[in-house]
Design a protein around this ligand. Structure first.
Ligand code: 3HC
Length: 691
């Protein structure tokens, strides 16, 4: 875990704990021992701490949180490093995150490789840096800059770290040799700076700059208690001694680690990584190389998907049936990039570079050189099958043939080709260039290496890919359909759109279902309902009245020209009351808790069916889908994680009542839910059982 060897007068201590050098108990113990041995060795004048892998260290071992860990603790290790009688230099390659950067801050100098990234991402886990970071970083680079880094959780690169003063040098040549030279310099000087003793940055100007940053940051993160704590701790660097600040940091870190929000966020961290473990795939299943892509269809989804490829530096051909449709698509792409340039997220040179990677062409023969083809035309089985049978002719052998359908049967689409094993669903979420979720839909015949390719491609595109099976709506939309039905029923039974939306935003979503429907456009659902022969009395009536949502200026709410603010509309409320009257429903009021129950329990119920049918491999995959595709609040961990906390017994009992009241059989508790509820078990217990 930790190796030490003498290189001349230097003890070179290397951390070796793959894959990311997490600072678990063995590493901590190894480091303390190595530094003690170096201190006692008369041949050693200075120490360099380096990594023997690709990462300096990813910080504390998150898997140890909440458990009783063996000493020394990370704060104990870090205190021992700072007090070392011989100078220590950190040689930072790859990433130094969280406790990894805190460890480096306690060293007496830091040298980074040019590709290094340094950051304190604890805030993303609902935490604060807990090993001196909140006290050392402000003393080293100033309180305002330190607060920005810690509250964003985003790493800075080596160049920025150098100009901020986090590192003392960026190694031009060999990193370890540069760090060793620096260590010898410090030893020769006979004295070295301790970050904890620095007061240089505690001026009144620095205090003013910090207070300005604090106001803005506290406002942005009002719902996360850890951010307020972070601000308080950085403020303490002006008001308390280093030791007092350190003690306060420890106390607050331990408080936050026990907080339910942090537990949920840690669950999310591991769940997102768990999606990579797919039944039927082994480490030996190698993905096929992807050097060029093609997207069929230049509509909203097609152009968004093409941008995903260009953003990941993969050249892509966009295929359309006419020059006019192609031009509209290319204009849409250009327009979207223009917005990014205006917002300052990319430069205009970068925009040009990305657009140059996108080639537009009329006719399916243009897919010939693509390693992956993504079909993104409208949802019509006949059209899709015709395209896939043509692809057989035009696309090269071994190419991945993907469809972006959001609910059609991909087994049937695949049957139109002579190579169904190459067919897979790549279900992007709108806007495709923004949303992180990618449902990878495996058919009965999809080859394992095609699934592996879809996963690795998804990650290359910056997505969170989750493998699911074929069913109507796959995982996300199948569950969403339950919520949509429940939301419509709430209106008929007596609630109003703004009451439902308020309950959902209070729960933590950024938008309620009706504001969301207005944004997406009500006509899409209307068209789908007509093709499926289903009805939704309120939504249908709105569409019949031409209320298609924001784009029409009217939907569940009204909107003023050029303004996305939703305003209640008495006409809509009257229309809803008429629907209730025509269905002979006596309207009643609902509390926010009742609204949440009625919306979310049917979704959880559908999630249980999905698990039972093995459409999703595990509970956490369902949660990851909802977190990344539907903005489920991360600190609530996802619908299935949340359901465990509510209690499956309670959910099953309420569903019985709701099913009886409404006469809707789909609300009957699912078999799996009933079983777990009666055994007083949770979805998490089921996940452990299935491992
Ligand atoms: N603890 C435990 N396991 C970790 C870990 C950590 N800090 N960081 C990564 N891992 C594990 C992952 O779970 C994954 O395991 P798996 O292969 O079994 O699924 C494996 O390491 C590889 O991780 P990724 O798949 O994420 O690999 P990438 O190369 O894509 O990313 C990374 C590497 C940038 C280091 C990324 O893993 C990451 O951001 N890690 C989290 C860093 C972090 O949040 N550190 C702060 C920890 S809290 C802390 O230090 C508290 C302190 O203040 C007291």
């Amino acid at each position: 875990m930790v190796r030490a060897e003498n290189k001349g007068k230097i003890s070179l201590v290397s951390i070796d704990n793959p894959p990311v050098n997490a600072l678990n108990a063995d590493v901590r113990q190894g480091l303390v021992k190595a530094v003690q041995a170096a201190a006692a060795d008369p041949n050693v004048q200075a120490i360099v701490i380096a990594s023997s892998g690709k990462t300096f260290t990813a910080g504390a071992d998150i898997a140890e949180f909440g458990k009783l860990a063996r000493p020394p603790s990370l704060p104990e290790l870090i205190a021992a490093l700072e007090k070392s009688p011989k100078p220590i230099v950190a040689a930072i390659n790859g990433v130094a995150l969280g406790g990894g950067l805190e460890l480096a801050l306690a060293c007496h100098s830091r040298v980074a490789s040019p590709d290094a990234k340094l950051g304190l991402p604890e805030v993303k886990l609902g935490l604060i840096p807990g090993s001196g970071g909140t006290q050392r970083l402000p003393r080293l680079i100033g309180a305002a800059a330190a607060l920005q880094i810690m509250s964003s959780g985003e790493p800075v690169d080596a160049k920025a770290a150098l100009s901020l003063g986090i590192v003392d040098a960026v190694a031009e040549g060999n990193l370890v040799e540069t760090a060793m030279a620096q260590a010898l310099n410090l030893a020769r000087n006979g004295s070295w700076p301790l970050v904890s003793e620095s007061t240089d940055r505690s001026t009144s100007e620095a205090r003013e700059a910090f207070e300005v940053a604090a106001v803005e940051i506290s406002r942005r993160a009002a719902e996360m208690p850890n951010v307020a704590t972070l601000v308080e701790l950085v403020r303490a660097t002006f008001e308390m001694s280093f030791e007092e600040g350190l003690a306060l940091e420890r106390e607050q870190f331990l408080r936050l680690i026990a907080d339910d929000r942090s537990k949920a966020l840690r669950y999310v961290f591991f769940s997102e990584r768990e999606t990579a473990r797919v039944p039927g795939l082994s480490r030996d299943t190698l993905p096929r190389p992807i050097n060029r892509a093609a997207v069929i269809g230049a509509g909203t989804m097609g152009s968004g998907i093409a941008m995903c490829f260009a953003n990941a530096d993969i050249p892509v051909t966009v295929v359309e049936t006419s020059g006019a449709a192609l031009s509209r698509g290319m204009e849409r792409i250009e327009g979207t990039y223009d917005v990014s340039v205006k917002r300052g997220t990319i430069t205009s040179e970068e925009k040009e570079r990305r657009i140059a990677l996108i080639r537009g062409q009329v006719g399916l023969e243009a897919v010939g050189d693509a390693d992956v083809v993504v079909e993104a035309v409208f949802e019509d089985m006949g059209v899709k099958k015709a395209i896939f049978s043509e692809l057989d002719r035009f696309s090269r052998q071994g190419a991945i043939l993907a469809t972006n359908t959001s609910y059609l049967d991909i087994n049937e689409i695949a049957s139109a080709t002579a190579r169904p094993e190459d067919v897979v669903g790549l279900h992007f979420f709108s806007p495709a260039n923004v949303m992180r979720l990618l449902e990878v839909v495996r058919t009965d015949k999809t080859a394992p290496d095609v699934v592996a390719t879809a996963l690795s491609l998804g990650r290359r595109l910056g997505k969170v890919p989750v493998v699911v099976g074929v069913c109507f709506g796959f995982v996300g939309n199948r569950m969403l359909a339950r919520r949509t039905t429940a939301a419509e029923r709430l209106l008929v039974d007596g609630a109003l759109p703004h009451e439902v939306d308020a309950a959902v935003t209070q729960f933590g979503f950024r938008m309620g279902p009706f504001a969301m429907a207005d944004l997406a456009g009500l006509d899409i659902g209307w068209r789908t309902r007509r093709s499926l022969g289903t009805k939704a009395a309120v939504a249908d009536a709105l569409c019949e009245a031409g209320r298609f949502g924001q784009k029409a200026g009217r939907g569940y709410y009204t909107y003023k020209e050029g303004d996305r603010t939703a305003h209640r509309d008495p006409e809509v409320e009257h229309l809803i009351e008429e629907v209730s009257y025509s269905l002979a429903v006596k309207r009643r009021t609902f509390t926010a808790d009742e609204i949440i129950e009625r919306l979310m329990y049917p979704m959880v119920n559908e999630g249980a069916r999905i698990l039972d049918e093995r459409i999703a491999a595990r509970t956490s995959d369902i949660d990851v889908i909802w977190l990344n595709g539907y903005n489920w609040p991360a600190w609530r961990g996802g619908p299935m994680y949340w359901a465990d906390r509510v209690g499956l017994r309670r959910i099953a009992a309420r569903l019985e009542v709701l099913s009886e009241e409404s006469g809707d059989d789909s609300l009957e508790p699912a078999r799996l839910l009933q079983r777990l509820a009666s055994e007083e078990r949770t979805f998490a217990d089921l996940a452990r059982e299935r491992v």
